[in-house]
Design a protein around this ligand. Structure first.
Ligand SMILES: *Cc1c(COP(=O)(O)O)cnc(C)c1O
Length: 437
């Protein structure tokens, strides 16, 4: 479910024609739908309500302060992976909102910063980290509440770069030895081991991994309690998949069905860290066609968004629907893409369309947003929408090729506001100017 739809062959975000936004704010432009974002947050909060969940929005999916603030206002805490994200969460959230801190390489400074600002839970990724946090907290006269992140050693579930629970990845503690690690800190004056954490990877379209992970977590909760640790939280992470094609994703209720029984068995409070599920379908990236060109039998649409704006296709071979903002009368009003994720992107013939690569201006052959996509003939100045661009889009954007990062706009019903201004040339050199040779 999202609030991007075509009405009379013009793409709308809620009640605003997105072409108006491109006109007013320029391109490339990220356009967010508040209703879509809140719908997905609510879907999770409702589906998991029986476990009284602490829903910690995963800031790395999209760290925009206004979006984070919106989620805090509607009851979310935050899941962060760096001191910078912790800073964002503090700035965005209502005071006292719960912040979970994950990541394999927390520095001493980050650990101190989190402790000083009332971190809710550290997700622990290694034995050394556990002891470091315990010692730092003890020196500060505090006790750090921690959840041990377990790698449950499940079969591959998603892209190799984003699967975090197969054997040998850098994340979490091995399931074979995690009980020994927990035994090693019984009675540590700086540590309160209060939870088990699992984040399986992302995006995950099946519920089975969560069922298996949950079962393994139940056994560990018992083992940890036998050691004397007061385990109160079961953190099942995030990773819930979304519709990039059409309807391949599961509703939150399907994940709740397999996770809730495990939570009930432990009597723990549930913590979740969804990112993509909340924000992924809540944005399109708007771009404008600069040129078209054909060479070596290939047809290219060169538009003004690039891999520095949305790197997922380049980095993971990810699929995003792309379609004109104002499709002509002789082509389908919206792209029809098979919802089956197990079938590789087929080139499906569409009336009056031909296979084109959608590429940006960056000087890399890997700079593309879509490949071999059936698209109608396009001309200079036409607007394109890249769908489902809300998660890991702007948050992974860079200045490569000294390109200015895009602006972001939030649509609420019939109104819209800028939530991040477009960067300027001055921004581009700001960190170098003060120390210029
Ligand atoms: C990235 C991440 C998440 C969020 O994953 P999504 O797929 O965006 O839901 C949650 N927890 C941890 C520890 C992560 O690293």
């Amino acid at each position: 479910m999202d609030h991007f739809e075509y009405r009379d062959r013009a793409l709308y975000c809620e009640d605003v024609p997105v072409a108006d936004l491109a006109e007013q704010y320029g391109t490339p432009l990220y356009v967010y739908s508040e209703a879509t974002l809140l719908h997905h947050l609510r879907e999770i909060q409702t589906a998991f309500a029986p476990a009284n969940p602490v829903v910690c929005y995963s800031v790395k999916a999209n760290g925009n302060l206004s979006l984070c603030r919106l989620m805090g206002k509607h009851g979310a805490g935050y899941d962060v992976t760096s001191g910078g994200e912790f800073f964002r969460a503090l700035k965005a959230g209502p005071q006292g909102s719960k912040i979970v801190f994950a990541g394999v390489g927390k520095t001493d400074a980050e650990i101190r910063y989190a402790l000083e600002h009332g971190v809710f839970l550290f997700d622990i990724e290694s034995e050394q980290e556990l002891h470091a946090i315990g010692d730092i907290a003890h020196h500060m006269g505090r006790t750090a509440a921690v959840a041990l992140r377990v790698n449950p050693d499940l079969p591959p579930k998603t892209h190799v770069k984003t699967d975090t629970s197969v054997k040998g990845v850098k994340f979490g503690l091995d399931i074979e030895t995690v009980v020994d690690v927990a035994r090693g800190v019984v009675g540590h004056p700086g540590l309160a081991v209060v939870g088990i954490h699992m984040h399986l990877g992302s995006p995950i379209l099946k519920t089975e991994p969560y069922r298996q992970g949950g079962e393994r977590a139940v056994k560990l909760v018992k083992a940890f309690r036998d050691l004397g640790h007061d385990i109160r939280y079961l953190n099942m992470g995030g990773g819930f998949g979304i519709n990039y094609r059409r309807d391949e994703a599961k509703p939150a209720g399907a994940f709740a069905e397999v996770i809730l029984p495990a939570v009930a068995e432990t009597g723990c409070q549930l913590v979740l860290e969804p990112g993509r599920f909340i924000v992924g379908n809540a944005a399109v990236l708007l771009s404008r066609v600069v040129f078209t060109k054909s060479t070596g039998g290939k047809h290219y649409v060169i538009q003004d968004a690039a891999m520095n704006d949305l790197i997922r296709p380049t980095l993971y071979g990810s699929f995003h629907r792309v379609w004109p903002v104002r499709p002509a009368a002789d082509v389908p009003e919206r792209p029809d893409v098979d919802g089956n994720p197990d079938v590789p992107d087929p080139f499906r013939p569409m009336p009056n369309c031909f296979a084109q690569d959608v590429v940006g201006p960056v000087c890399e052959s890997g700079d593309f947003l879509a490949k071999d996509r059936p698209l109608p003939a396009l001309k200079r100045g036409d607007l394109l929408a890249v769908f489902s661009a809300g998660a890991y889009g702007m948050s992974m954007a860079s200045n490569y090729n000294s390109r200015l990062r895009a602006a972001e706009v939030l649509v609420t019903g019939g109104t819209h506001r800028l939530i991040r201004r477009r960067e300027t040339f001055k921004d581009l050199v700001a960190c170098e100017e003060d120390c210029l040779l």
